[in-house]
Ligand binder design. Structure first.
Ligand SMILES: Nc1ncnc2c1ncn2[C@@H]1O[C@H](COP(=O)(O)OP(=O)(O)OP(=O)(O)O)[C@@H](O)[C@H]1O
Ligand SMILES: [Mg+2]
Length: 262
């Protein structure tokens, strides 16, 4: 059986002993996980398991009480969000986050301009593509090019989720964290979203970690799966390993997932 791909060298993202309490709630307890470069990994688990907290800790939205986040060999624990974005970690939210009173293009331009102004000293390393050109390029990557002039508040739910991903991608991440990209979507729309996500992962050479509750999607596209439960790692492995793991079946999956049920 294949173990999660570890193509050459140390893991891109190395999490050790990550711990976070909110008052009496242990949202994350001593979580240790590695993610290899170039992989497409899922993080699953019951509601309240700590999945979004895990992304919040990696992306600098909140600080851990203990533990370490090492990205490309650098300890980034406790750095602020902007510093973490600058190092190449992008993140889309469970509830899409953007300026509703701005158009798609304006949202993207604002994100790109803010990002570039923060690291003007490093700008010479990158081609000086215009902010608007970059915004339109990113809109096109997500299939939003025809909606560039649409007010973001007026987008469909699915397009708002796409805009949120576009905002993360606009900042040129090498690691992209997607928190429930298909939340609130019907079955058909979900698969359209996931096909876009898979295409981005391949075309942009990303390392991608996504949180997802739809097990057909999780088992259908992931190269490896991490299962959280009560803030701890319950299991990690390939889809086959997770599918057959008695602790995961008991805590989360319920009945075993059918292979090729379609
Ligand atoms: N900012 C916060 N303040 C207080 N408690 C929080 C905060 N963020 C998360 N929690 C608590 O930490 C626990 C884990 O929450 P988290 O949002 O990470 O779960 P999740 O796995 O993403 O769940 P879901 O599948 O419902 O999105 C929950 O008990 C939640 O109430
Ligand atoms: Mg969540």
């Amino acid at each position: 059986m294949n173990s999660p791909a570890q193509p050459g060298g140390p893991p891109m993202l190395k999490i050790s002993g990550l711990t976070k309490r909110f008052g009496g709630v242990a949202a994350m307890s001593d979580v240790t996980l590695d993610f290899a470069a170039g992989t497409l990994s899922a993080v699953i688990g019951p509601n309240g398991a700590g999945k979004s907290t895990f992304f919040n800790l990696i992306s600098g939205a909140i600080r851990p009480d203990a533990g370490q986040v090492v990205f490309k060999g650098e300890d980034i624990t406790g750095l602020n969000r902007a510093a973490i974005v600058r190092r190449g970690i992008g993140r889309a939210f469970q509830v899409a986050s953007f300026f509703p009173s701005m158009t798609v293009e304006e949202n993207l331009m604002a994100g790109i301009a803010a990002h570039r102004s923060q690291w003007s000293d490093l700008n010479h390393r990158f081609p000086r593509q215009g902010v608007r050109a970059r915004a339109l390029e990113v809109a096109e990557m997500l299939g939003l090019q025809d909606k560039a002039a649409v007010l973001s508040a007026n987008l469909s739910h699915g397009d708002q989720k796409l805009l949120d991903i576009a905002l993360a991608l606009a900042l040129e991440p090498s690691l992209l964290l997607l928190d429930e990209p298909t939340a609130g979507m019907g079955p058909e729309e979900r698969w359209q979203m996931i096909e876009k996500v898979q295409r981005l992962w391949q075309q942009q050479n990303l390392t991608l970690i996504f949180i997802e509750h739809d097990m057909d999607i999780v088992f259908g596209i992931s190269s490896s799966i991490r299962v959280l439960c009560y803030g701890r790692v319950l299991a990690e492995g390939t889809p086959d390993e997770i599918r057959a793991n008695p602790a995961v079946i008991e805590a989360y999956l319920g009945t075993p997932v059918e292979e090729d049920a379609a």
